[in-house]
Design a protein around this ligand. Structure first.
Ligand code: NAP
Ligand code: FE
Length: 361
């Protein structure tokens, strides 16, 4: 058995201020990578700037990362980072800026390489030190080695074959409180999916299950707050910690079929990541339970749901109705069935029809 999550993680109130010296310790000049608005709005960018300035560390800001970042955006930020001669990269935001920042740090380090390096596993993976500061509580990207980019030519999103581990993660739930409730729900469902897909996974072992089982418990303890939009401090903390713990779990196993099915829906219909994954979770558990009902029961117990029907009712309530064309789902499933890599984390044989039934309306 092996467990490897090399990121140094601090979770604390005023985490960036408290660990300012550490944050500034990776070189003379940082490239800060963010989305358009939220890093400013939630105060995280200001905190990072103060931390760097108080340690006489220079910085430049690239604030153009879009939701579900593209390869093109990564290359634009890489050119900017190279011109600015930066030594390390700090990502602030949801999974989009954090994933982008990992890919950017690799492309800056490999300045003589073109865009093709992103998806070519033949290149050795080297990258600048990368610090991640999450402002959503969902992806766990601050501790995972994954970066998922939009590949426009294939009309989908795809994980890089390179494993890029952040050197430092600073997590503080004060930032996540600025999210809209809809965003809070969608990102929390992403973390939930990570814990379920890691637990019910071909690669699962005692170590990652320990993370996912504990994560499911603290997620479950706060689940009602998502229904009535009544999150208190403890709930924001629970969702952020569950998200980081879930990241530690998938760092080991990868995700499984609900994530695989979600990418085309996000690309084609712009459905937010967590929501696009979440709609497949009840059907996934139902199908999985046909092969191993005990494992599914344990997950549901940890979340404090009595059965799959109660879980499905909960997911339908928090996510609302999501409808889309059956043909798109069929094409999506066809793509998955033809790709061994997308099926390998699901431990049982599965047919196209069973996969279609994951979308259990
Ligand atoms: P996101 O795409 O990073 O952000 C979604 C929206 O939330 C953006 O409009 C963003 O605004 C806003 N936002 C972020 N933080 C906020 C805050 N504190 N207050 C108010 N608004 C805030 O969302 P995400 O769900 O966190 O990340 C999704 C991406 O992560 C997908 O590309 C997905 O594939 C990837 N992902 C990666 C992993 C991994 O292991 N690496 C795992 C799961 C998912 P701005 O644009 O203004 O910042
Ligand atoms: Fe995810």
């Amino acid at each position: 058995m092996r467990f490897y999550v090399p990121t140094e993680v601090y979770n604390a109130e005023n985490c960036v201020e408290r660990y300012a010296t550490k944050l500034a310790s990776f070189g003379k000049k940082a490239l800060i990578v963010t989305g358009r608005y939220s890093a400013k709005k939630c105060g995280a960018l200001d905190d990072v700037i103060k931390a760097l300035e108080s340690n006489d560390t220079a910085y430049e800001i690239f604030d153009e990362v879009e939701n579900n970042p593209s390869m093109e955006t990564v290359m634009k930020a890489r050119d900017f980072g190279l011109k600015s001669n930066v030594d390390f990269v700090i990502g602030i935001g949801g999974g989009s800026p954090l994933d982008a920042c990992k890919a950017i740090s690799m492309m800056i380090k490999n300045k003589d390489k073109g865009m093709e390096m992103l998806y070519d596993a033949g290149y050795e993976t080297t990258y600048l030190p990368t610090v991640c500061i999450p402002t959503t509580a969902g992806t766990g990207s601050e501790v995972t080695p994954y970066a998922i980019l939009t590949v426009h030519k294939d009309k989908t999103k795809r994980s890089l074959p390179h494993k890029i581990y952040p050197v430092l993660a600073l997590t503080d739930s004060k930032y996540t409180r600025f999210m809209s409730h809809e965003n809070t729900v969608n990102t929390a469902i992403d973390a939930l999916a990570h814990m379920l897909e890691s637990n019910l996974n071909t690669n699962a072992n005692l170590y990652n299950r320990a993370f996912s089982e504990y994560g499911l418990k603290i997620w479950g303890a706060s689940k009602d707050s998502l229904i009535n939009a009544s999150l208190e401090e403890k709930d924001f903390n629970n969702f952020l910690n569950a998200s980081t713990i879930a990241g530690m779990a998938i760092a080991h196993t990868g995700t499984s079929l609900p994530h695989g099915l979600s990418y085309t829906l996000t690309y084609e219909l712009n459905i937010p990541h967590g929501k696009a994954v979440g709609i497949f979770l009840p059907g996934y558990l139902k199908e999985y339970a046909k092969n191993d009902s005990q494992a599914v029961k344990e997950c549901l117990n940890n979340l404090d749901f009595k059965d799959i029907d109660e879980f499905k009712h909960y997911i339908d309530t928090v996510l609302g109705k999501v409808s889309f064309d059956q043909t798109l789902l069929e094409q999506d499933v066809e793509g998955i069935m033809a790709n061994e890599k997308k099926l390998k984390n699901y431990p049982f044989k599965i047919t196209a029809e069973e996969l279609i039934n994951f979308y259990d309306v």
